[in-house]
Every structure is written in C-alpha cells, then in structure tokens.
Ligand binder design. Structure first.
Ligand code: HEM
Length: 367
C-alpha cells in the first residue's frame, strides 16, 4: 500500500494506518476512496428500493448469473447438430457440477424472463414510460426482444426433441418473412449449420447487444432518476439528484435480491433439474415450447406459421405505440384507465391462450 499499512485492531475492523498522518481508516473506507465509491451514494427516492421498483435490477443480477453459469457450460457444449445432444448428456453426467450449473442456468433464465415481464408491467402501470423516459421505454423493448431471443436460442441448443422442433419453427417463421428472415434462415450460410449459428447468437451477438442496451438503459435511468410515485396528482418529471435514500443502499438491496435469486434457483435445480429429452427426430411434432412462447400455439393453429412472425411483431408495435398514445403528464393509473384496460385485455388474452395451449394436446403445424 502506497500511503499506509494494514493493522488488525483488537475488537474492531481491520484498519489502515495512514502514514502521512495518524488517521486510521477502515478497509471499506480505503476501497471507497481508491475506487471513488462515494460517488455511488447519490440520492434516490425511497420507493426505488421497493421490490416492484427493483425488478430491473433483479433482472440485471440474474443476467450476471446467467453469464457466469453460461461460460462454464460452454466449456462442455459442442454446437454441431451431430454432437450437440451428446455433449449435453456429457455435461450432465461427467462434467463437475455440470447438472447443477446447467439447472441453475435454466431456472435463472425462467426467473429473469418473469422478472423482465413484471418489470415491464410495473413501468406500464406506473406510467414510467412518459416524458422524459420515452427513449428508455424503447431501449427496454429492445432488451425484452433480446431476453426472448436468448431464451429461444438457448432452448434450441440442447437439441432434444423440443430443441429440434423449436429450430424447425424458427425456419418456418423465417420463410414466412422472406428476405427479412435473412439471418434466421438456413440459406443465410450454407457452410455453417443453423444450430451452430444460433449458438453464436446465444453466446456472442445477443450478449453483446444486451451489454450495449443495458448500459444505455442504466445511463438513462441515472440521467432521469426513477419516476415519481404514481399518486393522483403526480406528473411525470426527472428526479435525478432527489430522494431520501441513496443509490448505495439500492445496490446493497440488489446484491441481496441477487443472492435470494441464486438460492431460489439452487433449490429449484435440486428439486427439478433442468429437463433434457431424447435426441430430436426431424419432422415429428410432439412437444410444446416453454411458457414464454406457448401462448403462440393457438395463433399458429388458426393462422399457420406466419402467426409466429406476425403476432410478436404486432404486440411489439402495440408496446411501441404506448408513449405515443398516452402523452398526458399524469402517472396515476386512475387517470389512465383506457390504456390500462386495453393492456389488461391483451394480457388476459395472452394468458388464456397460454393456458389453453398448455392443456390441449400437441397439434402438428409444420409444413
Ligand atoms: C433485460 C431487461 C431489463 C433490465 C436488466 C432492466 C433494468 C432496469 C433497471 C435497473 C431500472 C431501474 C428501476 C427498476 O429496477 O425498476 C429500469 C428502469 C426502467 N426500465 Fe428497465 N430493464 C429491462 C427491461 C425493460 C423493459 C422490457 C422495459 C419496457 C419496455 C423497460 C423500461 C424501463 C423504464 C421506462 C425504466 C424507468 C422506470 C422509472 O423511472 O420508474 N425495461 N430498468
């Protein structure tokens, strides 16, 4: 240490003795000063620490866990159609803690997807997309697309029956949108199998885009501050620099929520390890996708493969219209009944569609 020596003081925390003077500083103070952590103690409103206002941070903590566990899994995964399934079997049966790490990756992905969706609903319900936060709403929509893209590509990788069917549906949807299907169709690169490219997407392209968008998202949250509580009189405005609590308290909460999420994922992993079916048989349709995509089934049945591309695009456009349609400054849900009712009806339709699809027998859709 340049300016001081470390000393253990009886009964107290480890102290650093500043050799330029007699002042003793704790180790945490030493780090705070050297890393400039004091700057993180800027004011934030107290309601920013509530669970509902922490879901974005919880999603971020979950993504960190996904990156760490994903890097470990990638050491054992072979992204080729012939070897992929066998490499997952190897990962589960032979790699040290492979089954547990894979299961934690799987369960964290489920929790994060749910957290992102509830975060979106919180932002929608509290009017937090209004001026000056419209751009962050659009950045958030990008993050939602990336989250679903990561879940989708991840579910193909295991290349069991469910993974293969997901890949085949991917191909059909890409054909429907024609030239726009570009990267998602097998013809894009005849020298590399689609599975290998989806693996590339899962571990490089999507995480890179995620990093860029999440940095923009966090920057904008910092610039505008968290939206005010949606009381009857509250209007949307920037709150940067205001508040009774501090961002360091918020960060400590986030770390706590992150640990709770890890504990939950561990328990779920031990009780229900991540599933792996038999190697896929091309052309067969006997499985259903995960809960985040299963609601598309009834639409696919009614309108064919084009629904897989068209319905998500329509929903995305509706979400994109929200800040354009609702431009009043009021945050209170009571003052935005029309928009929230429309959102509730669409959400209910999606949930009912998901329940119907889950309960009904598997139908063959592939052409
Ligand atoms: C991977 C996904 C996402 C991450 C990691 C993330 C992260 C965050 C974080 C940390 C915050 C601060 C407040 C909080 O935690 O609630 C926040 C706020 C916000 N997020 Fe997200 N977010 C994600 C997805 C989304 C989505 C899907 C939307 C909506 C389309 C969205 C829109 C917003 C908006 C508008 C704010 C400002 C809220 C306010 O000031 O009250 N985010 N996000």
């Amino acid at each position: 240490m340049r300016n001081g020596v470390l000393k253990s003081v009886k009964g107290g925390p480890k102290m650093a003795l500043d050799t330029r003077g007699s002042r003793r500083v704790s180790i945490s103070e030493w780090f705070k000063e050297r890393l400039g952590l004091e700057d993180l103690a800027y004011p934030v409103p107290a309601h920013a620490n509530s669970l509902l206002y922490s879901l974005g941070g919880i999603s971020f903590a979950g993504f960190m866990l996904l990156f760490i566990t994903g890097i470990y899994l990638a050491q054992f995964y072979h992204p080729h159609p012939i070897d992929a399934h066998a490499s997952v079997v190897y990962m589960i049966t032979r790699a040290p803690f492979g089954d547990l790490v894979r299961s934690v990756h799987f369960w964290t992905a489920q929790i994060v997807t749910l957290a992102v969706l509830i975060h979106l609903l919180r932002v929608l319900f509290t009017g937090a997309y209004k001026r000056p936060r419209e751009v962050n709403w659009y950045v958030g929509l990008g993050l939602l697309a990336l989250t679903l893209g990561l879940v989708f590509t991840g579910s193909v990788l295991k290349f069991d029956q469910e993974g293969l069917e997901a890949l085949q549906h991917n191909g059909e949807a890409a054909e429907v949108i024609g030239a726009l299907g570009g990267w998602f169709s097998a013809e894009f690169s005849l020298s590399v199998p689609m599975l290998t490219r989806l693996f590339n997407g899962h571990v490089t392209i999507l995480p890179l885009l995620f990093g860029l968008l999440v940095a923009a998202h966090a920057f904008l949250v910092k610039q505008h501050g968290i939206s005010p509580r949606p009381t009857v009189e509250a209007v949307s405005r920037g709150t940067a620099g205001e508040g009774e609590s501090s961002f360091s308290v918020h960060l400590r909460r986030m770390a706590g929520y992150g640990l709770v999420m890890l504990a939950l994922a561990l328990v779920l992993s031990v009780v229900w390890p991540a599933p792996l079916g038999q190697p896929g048989v091309a052309g067969a349709e006997v499985t259903k996708p995960g809960w985040m995509f299963v609601w598309l089934f009834p639409a696919e049945e009614a309108w064919g493969s084009r629904a897989l591309a068209v319905v998500p695009v329509i929903l995305g456009l509706l979400l994109a219209l929200v800040p354009i349609i609702d431009r009043s400054p009021y945050l209170s849900p009571a003052r935005r009944k029309g928009l929230l009712l429309a959102a509730a009806i669409i959400l209910l339709a999606l949930v009912v569609s998901g329940v119907v699809a889950t309960l009904s027998p598997v139908e063959a859709h592939l052409q």
